[in-house]
Design a protein around this ligand. Structure first.
Ligand code: TXA
Ligand code: MG
Length: 353
């Protein structure tokens, strides 16, 4: 059965009326997809083990991958976390509501399934007004991963959610496209110094201005377990193989031309995910321009839709050009690397020049 697709009008005064039924559905253990500033989330009452089990089932998500618990108010942290260290409070005061997730010691009352078997809980307060209103009305902490089928790009529009999960959820709340476009930054504050588990909507250097140095785990060795269980899975995967190029502009242009030419010789259709400057130099079967060069915020907002568009067009190979690794560009490159499943080629390095 298809879900109820709830569209909000511009008149915020009417939201309460419209969101009351989905909020009640959450309290009663049903699944509700909702917009946040980062990506759409698939929510269930975090204290209802059967409801949370339903999230894993709907997404086809491995059960050792814990969920982020979403709260309406910072006062509610104590409902899910057994401690709220000073450093976490400083970060919360500065960045909540917003795209920052803090890993804290979990209250033992939280069901195992919400925590993926860990002793810690990931918590955030989203800044999207629809998410906030829904969470206030639901009046329960809401566990919500991104509302995509496991392994697909995260959804940044209601249509993306519907395509993946429309027949598996009770409500889909449409709040328009997500403005940030990549998921929240996940920071483990149970250790000193804090550890960056996932680059995201708030850049590491911005967090460091508030709390000092943040540790970045070394790349995983084969057989090693990552500290954010989700980071071990191949995420954001488009159906066609994706090659990410990295290097100075002229070298990337040259390498991209070669790749595109080779694909053409092989009779393969090509998709190009790029910025306006590269697009002026290259041609492919399907071209998605995410923004002007260096506009990392625009790239973040448009990235997942571009990956889905490549699937829809059914291209045989995808090529992506690089974005600067500063600001949210770090998260954009992280998601592209994951979509590439490790196929990253550095060109024009001193060794090659
Ligand atoms: O922006 C976001 O964070 C979105 C929106 C919906 O809020 N949510 C999201 O959830 O991206 P998800 O489930 O797709 O990603 C959660 C990430 C995973 O990599 C997971 O392993 C990690 O956070 N995580 C969750 N709980 C954790 C914990 N206790 N310790 C370490 N990592 C945790
Ligand atoms: Mg996800």
């Amino acid at each position: 059965m298809a879900c109820q697709w709830v569209i909000l009008d511009a008149d915020q005064a009417r939201w309460t009326e419209v969101l009351e039924a989905p909020a009640q559905a959450l309290r009663e253990g049903r699944l509700v997809a909702f917009p946040t500033e980062t990506v759409y989330g698939l929510g269930a009452n975090a204290f209802d083990a059967a409801a949370v089990q339903g999230i894993y089932r709907a997404k086809g998500r491995p059960s050792d991958n814990p969920l982020i618990v979403h709260l309406a108010d910072v006062q509610e942290v104590r409902k899910v976390a057994s401690a709220f260290p000073a450093i976490a409070q400083r970060l919360a005061a500065r960045f909540w509501p917003g795209p920052l997730t803090l890993v804290l010691p979990a209250r033992p009352q939280l069901p195992r399934v919400t925590l993926g078997g860990l002793q810690t809980v990931a918590v955030r307060l989203p800044s999207h007004p629809v998410a906030q209103q829904l969470l206030r009305l639901a009046n329960v902490p809401v566990a919500a991963p991104s509302a995509n089928r496991s392994g697909r790009p995260s959804p940044t529009t209601a249509a993306h959610v519907f395509a993946d999960l429309g027949d598996r959820i009770d409500y889909l709340i449409d709040g328009g496209p997500c403005l940030v476009g990549v998921e929240s930054t996940v920071l483990d504050v149970t250790v000193t110094p804090p550890v960056l588990l996932r680059p995201g909507g708030i850049p590491k250097e911005v967090l460091e201005a508030t709390v000092g140095a943040i540790e970045v785990p070394a790349p995983l060795q084969p057989g090693e377990h990552p500290r954010a269980p989700g980071m071990k899975y191949r995420h954001y995967a488009p159906q066609a193989p994706l090659l990410l190029l990295e290097g100075p502009f002229p070298a990337v242009v040259q390498a991209a031309r070669e790749e595109l030419w080779l694909a053409e010789q092989a009779g393969a259709s090509t998709g190009l995910i790029t910025d306006r400057a590269y697009a002026a130099q290259l041609s492919a079967t399907v071209v998605r321009i995410l923004g002007d060069p260096g506009e990392t915020q625009a790239a973040a907002a448009a990235l997942f839709d571009a990956l889905r568009a490549m699937d829809q067009a059914g291209v045989d190979r995808i090529l992506a050009t690089p974005w600067p690794r500063r600001g949210v560009g770090e998260a954009v490159m992280n998601r592209l690397e994951k979509a590439a499943g490790g196929h990253v080629r550095r060109v024009g390095t001193p060794a090659e020049a």
